[in-house]
Design a protein around this ligand. Structure first.
Ligand SMILES: [Zn+2]
Length: 669
């Protein structure tokens, strides 16, 4: 038996070794040897064995990278040593000044020049060789505890690769980043879902690290380069260059493009070299970082309140190109926003051929005085979408044309509206085909009408085949229409029709939210239902009626009034009515209004209830639960180990109660 366990242990270790090897091939060498599918199979085998023999589980097993339930919020971490930011320089002259400043204080320094990876700074803390915490930089003093997310990054060692006791407890710092290729993949997916695209790899990395579900983070395939060994002197390390070598030996991913320079001229040369070569890298860099190599000298130079005197960053110039602007097109996004896009004479910029560039909005076009037919300068500053910077007025022939944003939607022809600021122009038409898929998916959302079977692929087909003109039409689909669609059989069509039928009974707040009125989210829908008992009441409401309601301001009131005034709304409401969709507030909501619309937020763990149970109690008593802190909250319920919401609540002077007080409140009411 014991021998068996030994054999299994061997097998587990072999699997782990194999998985780590493939992680390195994929993430560090960028030369994968096996497919994602084969990789998943190895992982699956390991998970199964570890589940069967829990005694053989270890904290450094690759399976630890995929576990973990979604978080409700991040806890706050206080950095042991402040995470400083660097001062920027933009020219070789400024680098020479930096060198002069240093020479005034100390002699005989050498420099280490490193690539400045365009990502997100993180601190990794190891205890007893095991990764204990991963944190964001935050404001430099306090950051978010993102340990679960950090673990999903396969180049972050879960265990330090050494037995040397002195390295058992260390802190290192580095940059989490995304490869350019991975950004493309993520953006393609976001585009197909109608979500806004990430402008660059840094935004994408930051957005990914902020996700609360580690399983989602894992899919983003983040990567890391470690560049700093905190308190390295304590471990007998004398220079930054040496620290990088040791970090590599300890199993960290260290960027290989580093140079030890005797003189600042060498540094400048290295910077220029990389400014030219930067597009050849599979990841984005936006400059270089130059550090005094000797830790002893760093100590002498010290820090200012915000940044060290011994390091500086050198920012590359954004890459520009000159080309001709042939035309300006107007695109309608899935959220209805109209954006002017420049059609350019194709030109090479930052390693790619650019044919289009964003012009943002009418105001920008006017401010920069950009006309159709102009010669323009375009720029790409780490951004994936190039931008038109300026027009070359001296090259005008007189044939250039002034552009004006249309007042009708180019897709559906209906009148467009301007937002409060007058900058963003939108098409709000419920029947606009550019936005129809998004509107129907929203209508079917769980918090809206909750029609689970109405997924992305199906809605796409319904819109494509013109089976629906708006979300009202889904109530008039029949089995023949549905069964004619791809991947829809008799049975699944019947199921979907049942779900659609069932959705007619949803509560009034679900319906109001589902309508997709601008600025009316689920929370506002709930507030409205506290004040109106049917959809007709809401439709009849005047602006002053709406403004009387706490939490409803000018913007929301206008959105509601405008929405119900429109012809396309009238059409949809008529269809919903004909289909028999419930327009009335349910009786249970009228009776159980004990907490009278009071707003709650929870932070920390409760002893007696799960978060979901507590939320249900509040809801069933007529209260509401929100997840983001704001001054409109009536009660902040604080359990064990509260997160950042607690701090924010104190700052806002909100009413804070503990679990017992919460229970009393529920009983009393
Ligand atoms: Zn439209």
């Amino acid at each position: 038996m014991k021998q068996d366990l030994e054999k299994i242990k061997d097998k587990i270790e072999k699997l782990r070794g194999e998985i780590e090897y493939h992680n390195r091939r994929y993430y560090i060498d960028a030369m994968p040897e096996i497919s994602d599918y084969e990789y998943d199979l190895l992982m699956k085998d390991l998970i199964e064995l570890e589940e069967k023999y829990p005694s053989l589980k270890t904290p450094d097993s690759p399976t630890q990278r995929v576990g973990g339930a979604p978080l409700d919020e991040f806890k706050t971490v206080i950095h042991k040593k402040q995470m400083l930011s660097l001062d920027n320089t933009y020219s070789p002259d400024e680098l020479i000044e930096f060198d002069n400043r240093i020479k005034k204080i100390t002699e005989k320094v050498t420099y280490v020049a490193e690539l400045k990876i365009d990502g997100v700074a993180v601190a990794l803390h190891y205890e007893n060789f095991i990764l204990k915490t991963g944190a964001t930089r935050g404001d430099g003093i306090k950051g978010d505890d993102i340990t679960q997310n950090i673990k999903t990054i396969r180049t972050v060692p879960l265990k330090i690769k050494t037995n040397e006791k002195k390295f058992s407890d260390i802190e290192v710092r580095g940059e989490v980043y995304l490869s350019k290729k991975q950004l493309d993949i993520i953006n393609q997916e976001r585009e197909s879902k109608g979500e806004p695209l990430f402008a660059n790899t840094r935004n994408a990395a930051a957005g990914s690290l902020r996700l609360l579900d580690p399983k989602e983070v894992s899919k983003r395939k983040l990567n890391v380069f470690v560049y700093s060994f905190e308190d390295a002197v304590k471990y007998g390390i004398k220079t930054q260059f040496e620290a990088l070598k040791i970090l590599e030996k300890l199993g960290f991913a260290v960027n290989p493009n580093v140079k030890l320079c005797e003189k600042i001229e060498e540094v400048i040369e290295f910077c220029n070299e990389w400014e030219k070569k930067r597009n050849d890298l599979p990841y984005s860099i936006d400059g270089m970082v130059i550090k005094v190599n000797e830790f002893e000298k760093q100590e002498i130079l010290g820090v200012t309140s915000k940044s060290p005197r011994w390091a500086i960053s050198y920012k590359f110039k954004a890459e520009q190109a000159k080309t001709k602007l042939n035309n300006i097109l107007v695109q309608v996004g899935r959220q209805g926003t109209l954006t002017p896009v420049a059609e350019l004479e194709p030109v090479k910029l930052a390693g790619t051929i650019v044919k289009r560039a964003t012009l943002h909005n009418q105001e920008e076009i006017e401010r920069k005085d950009i006309r159709i037919g102009d010669w323009v300068i375009i720029e790409k500053a780490g951004e994936i979408i190039p931008e038109v910077i300026r027009s070359l007025k001296e090259e005008r022939t007189g044939n250039e044309k002034i552009f004006k944003m249309p007042d009708k939607c180019p897709v559906c022809g209906s009148d467009v509206t301007k937002d409060e600021g007058g900058v963003i122009i939108r098409c709000d038409n419920l029947q606009c085909r550019a936005q129809l898929e998004g509107r129907i998916l929203h209508f079917a959302e769980r918090d809206a009408m909750n029609i689970e079977g109405l997924g992305k692929a199906l809605v796409h087909q319904l819109v494509e085949k013109r089976m629906v003109d708006d979300y009202g039409d889904i109530y008039f689909l029949d089995i023949f229409k549905l069964a004619s669609l791809e991947r829809m059989g008799q049975k699944s069509s019947e199921n979907l029709l049942n779900q659609i039928k069932e959705s007619k009974k949803r509560d009034l707040d679900n319906l109001i939210y589902a309508l997709g009125i601008r600025n009316v989210g689920k929370h506002t829908a709930e507030i409205l239902v506290d004040n109106f008992s049917s959809l007709y009441d809401l439709m009849k409401a005047k602006k002053e009626d709406l403004l009387k309601i706490k939490e409803i301001g000018d913007i929301v009131a206008n959105s509601i009034i405008d929405f119900f005034k429109r012809k396309d709304t009238e059409k949809v409401i008529e269809k919903l009515k004909k289909a028999g969709v419930n327009f009335n507030k349910s009786k249970s909501k009228i009776i159980k209004n004990i907490l009278g619309g009071k707003v709650f937020i929870f932070t920390g763990e409760l002893k007696n209830y799960s978060r979901q149970e507590a939320a249900n109690i509040v809801k069933s008593s007529g209260g509401r639960v929100v997840s983001a802190i704001s001054k409109n909250i009536d009660f902040v319920v604080v359990g064990e180990n509260p997160g950042s919401k607690y701090e924010k609540a104190k700052k806002l002077n909100l009413k804070i109660i503990d679990e017992q007080e919460f229970l009393n409140l529920i009983k009393k009411s």
